[in-house]
Design a protein around this ligand. Structure first.
Ligand SMILES: [Cu+2]
Length: 417
């Protein structure tokens, strides 16, 4: 059981930079209650693992003392794009770039995790995930249509969702979210699925297909038991921003453990006209766009049916520490999906800008225009389109607007250059 920190408790694990930490002026140290649990804000010393947490600890990580960063300045260091991001205390380690100098917190404000997860060890990098699309292995059917074969393997795997916080996930292809499956409208898809996990699983696609291929417990092929394989086969329709996930029971546990991914079907310009070319990589019109896949997710690290860590694409605060680079003269398209379990909704708010929104991505005309906040229930999704053309270069935040979620990890930034 991990010890919970109290005012009088000695620090069982000193911060990396003891010299600087002790040079700080005396401050009253007390755990900050952030939402349901205390969130981690300390050096990445690997001080807590899920096993310890699951054994009864009340806090995700029971330490809140800010760790001074070497070289951090004592005075304000305001960025030109966001004064409230000024560096007053140096709560995080030395930043990686000039612009990221601005990403620090007031001592009375938003906190974030210190250090970074080991993306190499995890075999998954949220930055790479944003722009990685799996088009499968393509071949041509006798009728001239494109056939795409995909391989998806379910397996149990421990993943790092915040520095030192490990979660025993169930994964598709060893990552959470699973790979982004992408194709063109009308393609024939074959999803070769093998369950190497410890529980029965399925793949349920949001799309149009037969009952037998629906990938739910008790209907059609139903559960794929450990060691079994099955090939889901159907045509890619309708175009849009969709998802896939396990539909074994209990559903909330199978989803929350990490079995989900994005499923994008590009619209066919032959059916829908020139506007479809903007979203279709085979056409030059699409190439000016900067496309990113974002799945809003969360993790219940104590298995009590409530989340402790929130994120886009799994790792808390990843895009605050590694802002998403955007060229301001090229438009941005975000494929946004909510896979958060246990909370009824999640949301996306963009700072200093507005976007057009395409609910489910199934239309080529926006379903909402000129909004800066959108909410989604679980499995709802849509496409956001916006531009920073003419904007001042700098950092532009985006985050959930349920204020608890950003404080627990769902806080991000674009770096507009
Ligand atoms: Cu499952």
């Amino acid at each position: 059981m991990a010890p919970e920190r109290h005012d009088s408790a000695p620090d069982p694990s000193p911060p990396h930079n003891t010299a600087i930490a002790t040079a700080e002026p005396p401050r009253k140290q007390r755990p900050r209650k952030i939402g349901r649990r205390h969130l981690v804000t300390r050096a990445a010393t690997g001080l807590a693992t899920l096993g310890a947490l699951a054994s009864g600890a009340a806090a995700v990580v029971a330490a809140t003392r800010p760790v001074a960063a070497q070289g951090a300045t004592a005075g304000p260091q305001h960025n030109t794009t966001g004064g409230h991001l000024g560096n007053h205390q140096g709560l995080i380690p030395p930043p990686q770039g000039a612009l990221t100098n601005a990403i620090v917190a007031h001592d009375h404000g938003v906190q974030m995790t210190v250090g970074d997860v080991d993306t190499a060890a995890m075999g998954y990098d949220p930055t790479t995930y944003l722009t990685t699309f799996d088009y499968g292995t393509a071949s041509t059917l006798p009728d001239g249509r494109t056939l795409r074969d995909y391989r998806i393997i379910a397996a149990d795997k421990e993943i790092e969702i915040a520095p030192g916080i490990f979660f025993p996930a169930w994964t598709y292809n060893g990552q959470v979210p699973g790979p982004t499956i992408r194709c063109n409208e009308g393609d024939r898809l074959r999803i070769n699925f093998t369950n190497n996990g410890s529980h029965p699983h399925t793949i349920h696609f949001h799309g149009i297909h037969s009952s037998f291929m629906d990938g739910v417990t008790g209907i059609g092929r139903g559960n794929i038991n450990p060691g079994e394989s099955f090939t889901y086969e159907f045509d890619a329709r309708p175009f849009g921003c969709h998802l896939y996930h396990c539909h074994s029971t209990p559903l909330k546990r199978h989803i929350h453990k990490g079995l989900y991914g994005a499923f994008i079907i590009n619209p066919d310009p032959a059916k829908h006209g020139n506007a479809a070319k903007e979203r279709h990589p085979d056409h030059a019109e699409s190439r000016r766009w900067q496309e990113f896949v974002m799945i809003m997710n969360a993790f219940d690290t104590t298995f009590d049916g409530a989340n402790e860590v929130y994120a886009v694409n799994t790792v808390a605060f990843h895009y605050m520490k590694h802002p998403i680079r955007v060229e301001r003269d090229r438009p941005v398209r975000v494929y946004l999906i909510n896979m958060t379990e246990f909370d009824p909704i999640n949301s996306f708010h963009l700072h200093a800008n507005f976007f057009d929104y395409y609910d489910h991505g199934t239309t080529l005309e926006p379903t909402l225009r000129t909004v800066d906040t959108i909410m989604q229930c679980q499995a709802q999704r849509g496409i956001l389109e916006f531009s920073f053309a003419g904007f001042e270069p700098g950092l532009y935040m985006f985050h959930a607007h349920q204020s608890e979620f950003p404080e627990l990890g769902w806080m991000s930034a674009f770096e507009v250059v």
